[in-house]
Write a protein that binds this ligand. Structure first.
Ligand code: ZN
Length: 438
């Protein structure tokens, strides 16, 4: 419809397949909050969009935190007394607790057991666990695998390194006509897990490509960051420029069949909140109030920043059975849900871009629409609804209400009201009021 190109019928299907394809390509990489897996992932993304990679040295103070040592892993296994690898990092990178320190030991099963984690409720799945800030090591395995382990001496190897290096994050800045910017972020720190978090990576990559090819009133900054420490690092390094941020969206878990879900920012009424609520509710999705839980919205909405950053998901964090397990795989995310989530993101950004106020130039009585050729359908939902949209825009356009205000009051869609306003402006009945920062 309006400023940002929404997907057309011609590209529908293609874009969802492309996002799923990127998720498939990145799936095998062992990512963590630092290390070569994140670098390799960001390098792949940078082949598609203009992405700048930042390296922040271990030990750097960032707000109340410190950038940790860099973790890399080459191999890990538990070998049975007969030499067979009964748990093998090469089969699934979820088998090793993230940030495990190196180990090379012969151990009895009893000695090994405190280092093994399984999920009895889902006995076929490998759970995903990490230990970033407390040095330890461990393996994750399916409950069924655990139950097959007999007595004997096991060869336990984790060939990893924890050493001074850096934290890597990716930043794609797309300047618009204004410096005011919208922040769009996703975390990039999970190993082979699809919905959390390759779906967010795939959506943000596709979104950046679309935004880069679009005329933009606002500026956009897309961050591909390791969870928590990445947003804290970015905030610490960009504190002087945060007044430009109008608001933003954390995008995560956007590929599963759950309904579209918008979680409000701490402010609750930021421009992104109102656009997000409008889009999610009109698509039969859910609108949740802010809670200081979830992903990087916790940092962006901390009281010292309060940036008005909401969160777009389908199933929210931990609200789907497969969450943080090997069952969060490439079959859980589907091209059609990825594409639907991308459409919703574009619709939200469209509103943020396009929301504006108009002045009714014929405010005394209703202007006669028929003699101006305006008494006919807009090609919207129905001729009657189109007429109603025009009447709402005329009635509310006294300079105080924007199109989104009118959408909320009337219950009509922003798109329909935007079309009505365009038609009325062409007919000489409306003039746009130049607004400052939305
Ligand atoms: Zn997660």
């Amino acid at each position: 419809m309006s400023g940002i190109t929404s997907l057309t019928g011609a590209t529908a299907g293609v874009v969802g397949d492309r996002m799923h394809g990127l998720a498939t390509e990145l799936f095998p990489i062992c990512r963590s909050i630092t290390g070569d897996g994140v670098r390799e992932t960001l390098r792949e993304i940078s082949k598609r969009i203009p992405l700048e990679l930042h390296e922040v040295p271990s030990g750097t103070q960032v707000l109340d935190w410190t950038v940790p040592d860099e973790w890399n892993i080459r191999d890990a296994y538990i070998a049975a007394p007969d030499g067979r690898r009964v748990v093998d990092f090469q089969a699934s990178n979820l088998h090793v607790v993230g940030y495990s320190e190196p180990v090379r030991e012969l151990m009895t099963l009893d000695e090994l057991r405190p280092h093994l984690q399984a999920d009895a409720a889902n006995p076929e799945w490998i759970p995903y666990r990490t230990s970033y800030y407390a040095r330890s090591w461990g393996f994750c395995l399916a409950q069924t695998q655990l139950e097959e382990l007999g007595d004997g001496l096991y060869d336990v190897v984790i060939d990893s390194s924890l050493a001074a290096g850096s934290l890597t994050y990716g930043e794609c800045y797309l300047p618009g006509e204004r410096e005011d910017e919208v922040l769009l972020t996703t975390h990039v720190c999970h190993p082979s897990l699809a919905n959390d978090n390759l779906s967010g990576i795939a959506l943000l990559t596709e979104l950046a490509a679309i935004l880069a090819a679009t005329r933009r009133r606002l500026s956009y900054r897309l961050l591909f960051i390791p969870g928590t420490i990445g947003s804290i690092t970015w905030l610490a390094q960009n504190e002087q420029q945060l007044s430009r941020v109008l608001g933003g969206l954390v995008v995560a878990c956007v590929g599963d069949p759950g309904p579209l879900t918008y979680k409000r920012s701490r402010r609750g009424d930021a421009v992104v909140d109102r656009a997000g609520a409008h889009v999610a509710s009109r698509q039969g999705g859910r609108v949740l109030d802010f809670v200081p839980w979830g992903w990087d919205e916790r940092q962006f909405n901390s009281p010292g920043f309060d940036l008005g950053v909401g969160c777009l998901t389908r199933s929210p964090e931990s609200d789907f059975a497969e969450y943080h397990s090997s069952a969060d795989d490439l079959d859980l995310i589907r091209p059609e849900f990825l594409e639907d989530s991308l459409q919703a993101t574009l619709a939200i950004l469209d509103i943020v871009e396009q929301d504006r106020a108009f002045l009714n130039l014929s405010p005394k009585g209703e202007p006669q629409l028929g003699k101006r050729g305006l008494y006919r359908g807009l090609g919207g939902e129905s001729a009657a609804t189109d007429q109603l949209a025009q009447l709402w825009v005329l009635n509310q356009s006294d300079g105080g209400s924007t199109l989104l205000d009118i959408a909320e009051r009337s219950g009509l869609s922003f798109d329909l009201l935007w079309l009505a306003a365009e038609r009325l402006r062409e007919g000489g009945l409306l003039a746009e009021i130049e607004k400052g920062t939305p």
